[in-house]
Design a protein around this ligand. Structure first.
Ligand SMILES: [Zn+2]
Length: 98
């Protein structure tokens, strides 16, 4: 694999957005390109994995809170956080490992 290009994108952590550079690499064998996202960035999400994980853990794994208070604790709009947990079965403790 060798570096082929890249792009700038924003990530948000602790309520602050910052730009990062995401390199794209090309496989020398099949010539397919892939973006190399850092481990703290999720594809298609501006918020870092730690933020999203905190809300999912509070709402889905622990099951003790609704989306709105969990989102407030990480300084994210509850409408945004609702999308992170909307398709997960909420309150079914034991389905997920903490
Ligand atoms: Zn390849």
């Amino acid at each position: 694999m060798w570096r082929w290009s890249g792009y700038r994108r924003f990530v948000r952590a602790d309520g602050v957005s910052r730009a990062i550079f995401v390199p794209r690499v090309r496989c020398s064998g099949c010539r397919i390109t892939d973006a190399l996202l850092p481990a703290f960035v999720l594809s298609g999400r501006v918020d870092v994995a730690e933020t999203i994980g905190a809300v999912i853990e509070a709402v889905v794994v622990v099951g003790a809170r609704g989306v709105r208070p969990a989102a407030g604790e990480v300084d994210v709009a509850h409408t945004t956080a609702r999308g992170w947990v909307g398709h997960l079965p909420v309150g079914r403790t034991g389905d997920y490992e903490a």
